[in-house]
Design a protein around this ligand. Structure first.
Ligand SMILES: [Zn+2]
Length: 265
């Protein structure tokens, strides 16, 4: 038995919507993107995945940018690749910028242990050893270069000043200062308008971030937050990032799809 052509077309038209419902394909493909370009810094975690979804919602053609900077594990770059695909980025570049060779961070130096089991009060105090010296400045500088090349009107970065770990380069003052750099340092700014540095999560709680991302079709099972995952990408459940993520999902009232390597972590 053959279906009439009209019915077949109807079914094919319904298919993307059905798949979106089940989180199988992006709510928007690259072909749905607008004409304005944005560079989106993508680490493969909750915040940057949500930021990419927001940039897509804002109508941008998104050029995702990730870095191989000497982080302990490659799983976050694999996560970034999956997230870029799911959320319909027009491209995903992974650049090697080996600032980890300078040392000075638990995220890049095996000799410095990743802090575990810290209470929220402790996290709110001081700058932890997981801070990578000047990382966001380096990443934003490269993003600015990429923005010049692709003609981007915006650079999206998923920094957050509420549920974060005390990093100095995640503060609103810092983003405002880098906006000044973008205005002074680029041909795009001299000949037209400087790329806007957009930090849509900066004053959101982790729970708000997660709710926003879910509404925009982010599949958080693809993301990796842990500072010290194993080779399979399973999270430790005990570092600051795991704890902030878990707290966010708890407060958002949705299940955390993270796979933890210790059942009682
Ligand atoms: Zn962890």
């Amino acid at each position: 038995m053959t279906l009439p052509a009209a019915r077949l077309v109807l079914h094919l038209e319904l298919l993307p919507g059905i798949l979106v419902l089940f989180g199988r394909i992006p709510a928007m493909g690259p072909e749905d993107a607008g004409t304005r370009n944005a560079v989106v810094l993508l680490s493969g975690g909750v915040d940057s995945a949500t930021t990419l979804a927001i940039a897509r919602r804002d109508g941008y053609r998104c050029h995702a940018l990730s870095f191989r900077y000497g982080q302990r594990h490659a799983v976050e770059l694999q996560a970034a690749r999956r997230v870029a695909d799911l959320l319909g980025a027009v491209g995903h570049r992974v650049l090697t910028v080996p600032i980890g060779q300078l040392g000075g961070s638990a995220l890049t130096d095996e000799a410095i242990p990743v802090p575990r089991d810290r209470a929220a009060r402790e996290m709110a105090r001081g700058i932890p050893t997981t801070y990578v010296p000047a990382r966001n400045t380096v990443f934003l500088a490269v993003a600015l270069a990429f923005a010049e090349v692709v003609g981007a009107d915006a650079i999206y970065i998923g920094v957050n000043a509420i549920d974060y770990s005390g990093y100095p380069d995640c503060r609103p003052e810092y983003i405002a200062a880098f906006q000044r750099v973008a205005a002074l340092a680029t041909r795009r700014a001299v000949e037209g308008t400087a790329p806007e540095i957009v930090a849509p999560l900066i004053s959101m709680t982790k729970a708000d971030i997660i709710r926003t991302g879910l509404a925009l079709g982010v599949d958080y099972s693809l993301t990796v937050s842990c500072y010290d995952p194993d080779a399979q990408g399973r999270a430790c459940g005990r570092c600051d990032s795991c704890k902030l993520r878990r707290k966010g999902f708890d407060e958002a009232g949705v299940p955390d799809p993270t796979v933890y390597r210790e059942r009682d972590a």
